[in-house]
Write a protein that binds this ligand. Sequence first.
Ligand SMILES: Nc1ncnc2c1ncn2[C@@H]1O[C@H](COP(=O)(O)OP(=O)(O)O)[C@@H](O)[C@H]1O
Ligand SMILES: [Mg+2]
Length: 240
Amino acid sequence: MLRIEQLSHSFRNGDEITPVLQHIDFQVAKGSMVALLGSSGSGKSTLLNLMAGLMKPTEGNIYINEHNIVKMNENQLAEFRRAHIGFIFQAYELIPNLTVIENVELPFVFQGVSPRKRREKAQHLLEQVGLPDKGKMFVSQLSGGQQQRVSIARSLITEPSVIFADEPTGNLDTKTEDEVISILKQLNKKMNTTFVIVTHEREVAEHTERVLTLKDGRLIEDAVTTSAQAAGSGIGGVHT
Ligand SMILES: Nc1ncnc2c1ncn2[C@@H]1O[C@H](COP(=O)(O)OP(=O)(O)O)[C@@H](O)[C@H]1O
Ligand SMILES: [Mg+2]
């Protein structure tokens, strides 16, 4: 459902051109969960932002459900993103003066969905992420892990085809990190949504079915993990 073709990107600062991604090619099957692993500065966030249509690449193509988002104009892209793409941020990016359930509903507000349907679906998703009774609270009253679960619920409300998550457990301790990853895995199975998870931690990456490794802007490894065979059985070593 996701296909990256000869993708390259450089940042330009006056006369200085910094190449950040070079000739990236890969495909991701519908409903799968893959990790994009690499150390800080390897180009993970740039790649994720390009795939989510948040910026345009210098070169190459990005197909989501056979639609090349690189060729879309601003309006087409905005509409496509609302319908097909979800995003989860490291720092949650929730709205502090809205309640938990209002945050989850927000994408539906922009789509003009009726208040009743919004509320029903948002409550259902809060149950899915293990926060059935937190809807009326404000986000500041929740722990980091709980806030990330709210942001996961929010990303799913429009039932996007693909969710991009940039270091979703980067601000969490190890135990909370495991909880959040296991929720992502459960939702991936249940909802058949494709997940692309960026991380710099190999332990996090190996919870997924497949690990794509970036180094200095190049894809250097594409490995299937044992989680792919023994789904749900926890962490496994990588074999190719
Ligand atoms: N807006 C920008 N302008 C110039 N250079 C950038 C910009 N954003 C990122 N970079 C550079 O691109 C490289 C990759 O960054 P990034 O994609 O954020 O890596 P990662 O997410 O893997 O840490 C880094 O060297 C970074 O300094
Ligand atoms: Mg990053």
